[in-house]
Design a binder for this molecule. Structure first.
Ligand code: AMP
Length: 475
């Protein structure tokens, strides 16, 4: 079996990998690293959980180490574009982890935070800049940064960027990057628009690597659907948490207020929960994630916009309180569990007016999900009647923090947007009873420079993170 030591990576990288306890490259790493190290472009069809971040970070860091030179002023040698702040932060942290014995400077820049710290930090230039497209375009507009020094361009989660309306910003950004460059392009899925974008950006004959198609996530995760009246979902959720096996759980809702209500409801019933969505400040989002990772709260309640790409080990269960409007999101959501070879289970609630969404999900993920009918359940009825109202109003879908609206979710207007306790449209008309179809079918900022002498008090220490400005450095 190939080991990292067989790939010819620079010694400081091997040392960092050994520090992490990683000996064996994942398939995408074994296939991508040798070609990228020699300067070839890469087209990777892969989703998070495959080790794709290291698949690009390691060979990029190797190339930087082979060809050491000062980072260009107000620019970067490597530009990584990522759709969300969380993913950008995670990628930045990976560069920081793998590059810790190399002394590279890394910056993470995203929206929703002040510009000042980012501007000051970018001024001297950085080796690696990880950015979300919107804020990067703002910096380009203000001329606080140029992309003239970029040698390597990475686009991560291109299909997510498409969904978030970032394709036009990406095309604009690419125009600022020198034509002669190395390109690494990653997408979990391969719609026509992404194929077109890849053809525009990549040099001819890139190395192509395709790993872990969606079906693999689908097979790994133990899934079930529970049919339930919309207004009884909260009681059903409470029932799930009576089971101690629900140790570290992400609950997905469709709306921001839905996420707040569900989190409050859980707290009311004695289950520690934190909510994460686009209306939370950067600090609140980071605190919620940190508390969840540290096991201080048992449940993270999230909207899709905040949760995509988040990599948290040992998530025991994913609960979909509302089904997503975009069927692909179902697969991304369940992919938050069963990571790094661990077991994972996913439970989805489906009210009668979400049936069409379930059909779409089963079609897209090519599976029949085992389902169980909990409608007209007296116990849930009694539990619902006994619950205090968690407060809050229904609200629109979580699109804040993106520059565009998700494009494909116009087919549904029910579910999470309705106040809990309000009547579901057809709750009292069960289509069928008992264990239902599918059962027994199995599972189908900104950067500081070297020396930490940078202004703004935001840089310096190797482990220092300055989340409120979205800026940090590892030098
Ligand atoms: P990613 O697909 O980049 O989100 O990575 C998924 C998870 O796998 C992350 O927690 C990585 O730290 C971890 N990981 C990446 N490469 C390896 C490896 N070769 N061996 C073990 N774990 C890895």
């Amino acid at each position: 079996m190939t080991q990292f030591t067989d790939l010819g990576l620079a010694k400081p990288l091997l040392k960092a990998l050994a520090d992490e306890g990683y000996d064996v490259p994942t398939p995408i790493q074994a296939q991508a690293i040798p070609g990228v190290m020699t300067g070839k472009d890469l087209l990777g069809i892969a989703q998070t959980g495959t080790g794709k971040t290291a698949a690009f970070a390691l060979p990029i860091l190797h190339r930087l180490a082979e060809n050491k030179k000062p980072a260009p002023r107000r620019s970067a040698r490597v530009l990584v574009l990522a759709p969300t702040r969380e993913l950008a932060t995670q990628i930045g942290e990976s560069f920081k982890t793998y590059g810790k014995h190399l002394g590279v400077s890394v910056a993470v820049v995203f929206g929703g935070v002040k510009y000042g710290g980012q501007m000051r930090a970018l001024a001297p230039g950085v080796d690696v800049l990880v950015a979300t497209p919107g804020r990067l375009l703002d910096h380009l507009g203000e001329k606080t940064i140029t992309l003239e020094g970029v040698e390597i361009l990475v686009l991560d989660e291109a299909d997510q960027m498409l969904d978030m309306g970032f394709i036009v910003p990406i095309r604009k950004i690419v125009k600022f990057v020198p034509k002669v460059r190395q390109n690494l392009f990653f997408s979990a899925t391969w719609p026509t628009e992404i194929e077109k974008l890849a053809a525009e950006i990549l040099n001819p004959n890139p190395v192509k690597v395709s790993v872990t198609p969606q079906a693999t996530t689908v097979e790994k995760v133990n899934q079930r659907v529970l049919f339930v009246e919309q207004q009884r979902k909260r009681a059903l959720l409470g029932e799930l948490f009576d089971d101690a096996a629900f140790k570290r759980v992400i609950v997905f809702t469709r709306t921001k207020r839905g996420a707040d209500r569900v989190a409050r409801g859980l707290e009311q019933s004695g289950v520690d929960a934190a909510a994460i969505h686009g209306d939370k400040s950067q600090g609140q989002r980071e605190r919620a994630l940190a508390d969840f990772k540290a096991g201080k709260v048992r449940v993270l309640v999230a909207t899709d916009i905040a949760a995509r790409g988040i990599d948290i080990d040992a998530v025991s269960h994913v609960v979909q309180y509302d089904l997503p409007n975009v069927p692909e999101a179902y697969v991304h959501r369940i992919g938050r569990t069963a990571r790094a070879g661990a077991d994972g289970s996913a439970v989805a609630f489906c009210s009668d007016d979400e049936r069409n969404l379930l059909k779409d999900i089963e079609r897209v993920s090519r599976q029949r999900i085992p389902s169980f009918d909990r409608r007209n359940d007296r116990h849930l009825g009694a539990a619902t009647a006994a619950m205090p109202d968690p407060g809050g109003k229904p609200e629109r879908a979580d699109t804040r923090g993106t520059r565009g609206q998700p494009k494909r979710n116009r087919n549904h207007g029910a579910g999470g947007g309705r106040a809990e306790g309000a009547p579901a449209r057809s709750a009292d008309k069960p289509a069928f009873k008992g264990p239902s179809r599918g059962e027994n079918r199995g599972r189908g900022g900104g950067a500081g420079r070297s020396g930490g002498s940078h202004g703004g008090g935001r840089t310096g220490g190797a482990e220092r993170s300055s989340a409120p400005t979205g800026v940090w450095s590892n030098r």
